[in-house]
Design a protein around this ligand. Sequence first.
Ligand code: AMP
Length: 281
Amino acid sequence: MKVIKSVSDMAVKASRLVQGGKRISFVPTMGNLHEGHLSLMRMAKPMADILVVSIFVNPLQFEPGSDFDTYPRTFQEDLKKCEDLGVDIVFAPMESDLYPEGFQTMVEVSEVSKGLCGDFRPGHFKGVATVVLKLFNIVKPRVAVFGEKDYQQLCVIRQMVKDLNLDIQIVGHPTVREPDGLAMSSRNQYLSPEERVRAALLYKLLKEAQERFEKGERRAQALITHVQTGLAKDPKIAVEYVSIRERDNLKTIDVVDKPAVMALAVHIGKTRLIDNIFLTS
Ligand code: AMP
């Protein structure tokens, strides 16, 4: 496994690989790798000849006052996990190399970035789209895998790829969960043991809503109210949003008569958690 830290070295290496007829698959991450990330890599590995994983905690996607400084950084452990998994190249650029002085271009995917997390994390999806486009240009993948856990992010990337005519296949990977249903996330480790127990409620309520949908409930508000009422019973959980959107374009929906996604974001103590579930008949 090669570890490349320089942007220009990665770009040259990727160009040589592509010129030599190799197809690159790509999994961008912020490191602190857990089973969710590793599943994405396992999916991406057989999709091309060379698997590249990036590890970069992207300052552009953290709002002021959020957890950029404290975000868990575990580079050596991450490298070991990548090596064991058969990753060919880990690309871990320095911030100053990816965003040199004078950097000023941002990518904005206007509609899909609005609502849901977009309302609570101003500038977040601009930061995500910008870094992902830069990484795509440097790594030159034919296919890239993203987690459905960050469903709005996946929609933003798909829209950007479509709008900007990028020749890259975007593949979504189902959310990987802990045994009690909590979606795996680097931020779960911020939870106290007591908060960690409470966090299982998120997926439990999403599953209940999905079951109600499967039994015939089609009113979005009825399903949302079920989840909101359940969350409100725990005084330590502060809800940001619970919403049902069309699955493919994230437009709001009153009657769930087409494929949809139910998404939520909450705070448990200082930790912000997101999750979602599909509603499809
Ligand atoms: P992050 O390191 O949080 O930026 O995540 C890197 C990639 O891993 C993104 O595409 C995430 O959606 C994906 N990911 C993170 N957690 C999970 C999970 N529990 N299940 C599936 N994918 C995940």
